[in-house]
Design a protein around this ligand. Structure first.
Ligand SMILES: [Zn+2]
Length: 417
């Protein structure tokens, strides 16, 4: 093993970058408004582009507006496959300061530390800022999917609602030709590995007092629409025994769904977080309810079994049905990379925990191309994310960046004598 002790990330520098970046789109009391390709996002990208250049990276922007900073080896071929890291600069509306931002700032600090170490890395290293991870235009992880030709037909022409811009419109606004989006596509053979540092977005690491989570995989996700029908009627004149109240039936489903998910064990979670009552008037018995169910599990079979149970519950409720809106396959991180991160932790005496990610990330895209992928989580305080209160400890951020740098270097030297 080369002398990794020479690689030393600087917490103060990383902290300053994170605080500087957090000023773009900050609205006092309402968190970060930096949705993809908004003015705040464009300004933040410009700022970050300058930081990448300052760090000595060769920077370019691809047809999907992904920002790519490359550090070529001082000796050896510059066109070989790279070890890449990256995340996103865009936020959800009223989001936090560290979701995505941590990954790109930690990546920048890791590359700076590697350069300053003087170690001769014989393969290119890349730092990528992916466009619209949060899906503020339509679907999420846009930039990483564009990078591997995985966009769905017509998705750039769709928006999240009337009056909201499409990705095509916003890309045009910045001078991109959407007809040429396929130019963003790269061959998987250009990558030796991909690593992403991210806040956990949940409460597990903090509750354990552990600074590093080594992600084993990203969960399977299923989203379903449940529609319950009843009969509207006057709230004053219809006796209770003659009612068919859609909301009362829906309430029974919600309770039963919660029980079904809980009894299936800890490897699945389920949430009904979206709910509409029709006509939604105080003196009319509800005639129809629509609700959306989100199920996530590390095991596809568990997800399927619970979904089938819920389908039966819905079926026996009477005048109710359930349809699938979306399913996304879970992905597994590369065992070799998980082990490399673990070794990096042991070498510096950092405690770690292997865990699953309940949220999606750009790192999901790379395993679909058979590119070995890993993710490093750090704790976020009180498990809060996608909200103004999202917070971290900067010492944890520095540990995350250090583990990223150490792991990138250990992988770059893998196979070398
Ligand atoms: Zn994120």
């Amino acid at each position: 093993m080369r002398d990794i002790a020479k690689i030393q990330v600087q917490e103060g520098r990383l902290r300053q970058d994170l605080l500087d970046l957090a000023r773009f789109g900050e609205v006092p009391g309402r968190g970060i408004m930096r949705t993809a390709l908004s003015d705040a996002d464009l300004a933040a990208r410009q700022w970050f582009k300058e930081r990448m250049k300052e760090a000595g990276l060769e920077v370019h922007e691809d047809a999907a507006a992904n920002l790519i900073g490359r550090m070529n080896p001082v000796v050896g071929p510059t066109d070989g496959p790279c070890i890449a890291t990256g995340s996103h600069i865009d936020s959800v509306a009223q989001g936090g300061r560290f979701d995505g931002a941590l990954g790109i700032c930690a990546g920048l600090e890791a590359l700076r530390a590697i350069r300053e170490s003087g170690l001769l890395i014989l393969c290119p290293l890349e730092l990528i800022v992916f466009t619209d991870e949060e899906g503020s235009h339509f679907a999420g992880t846009f930039g990483s999917r564009a990078m591997f030709n995985l966009l769905q037909e017509g998705e750039m022409e769709r928006s999240r609602g009337t009056g909201l811009p499409t990705l095509a419109q916003d890309l045009n606004r910045m001078g991109k030709d959407v007809e040429k989006i396929s130019q963003a596509a790269r061959s998987p053979s250009e990558f030796r590995a991909f690593l992403e540092v991210h806040i956990e977005q949940g409460p597990v690491l903090e509750s354990m007092g552990t600074p590093i989570g080594i992600v084993e995989g990203i969960v399977h996700l299923g989203r379903y629409l449940i529609r319950v029908e009843g009969k509207t009627g006057h709230a004053g004149t219809t006796p209770m025994h003659l009612r068919d109240d859609a909301l009362v039936k829906a309430a029974g489903i919600i309770t039963a769904v919660n029980e079904a998910v809980r009894s299936a064990g800890p490897e699945i979670v389920g949430t009904i977080g979206e709910f509409q009552v029709h006509p939604g008037v105080i003196n009319i018995i509800p005639g129809e309810v629509e609700m959306a169910l989100d199920l996530r599990s590390i095991k596809k079979t568990t997800l399927e079994a619970v979904k089938n149970t819920i389908q039966e519950i819905v079926h026996y409720t009477g005048n109710a049905r359930m349809e699938t809106i979306l399913t996304k396959g879970g992905v597994r991180m590369d065992p070799g990379i998980m082990e490399a991160i673990e070794i990096s932790c042991r070498q510096r005496g950092i405690s770690f925990q292997r865990m699953w990610s309940g949220a999606g990330h750009d790192a999901m895209t790379f395993p679909t191309q058979n590119i070995p992928t890993g993710m490093i989580f750090i704790p976020c305080l009180a498990g809060e994310s996608h909200c103004p209160d999202e917070d971290i400890r900067f010492e944890d951020a520095a540990i995350g960046a250090q583990m990223l740098a150490d792991t990138m270097v250990s992988m770059a030297f893998k196979g070398e004598k």
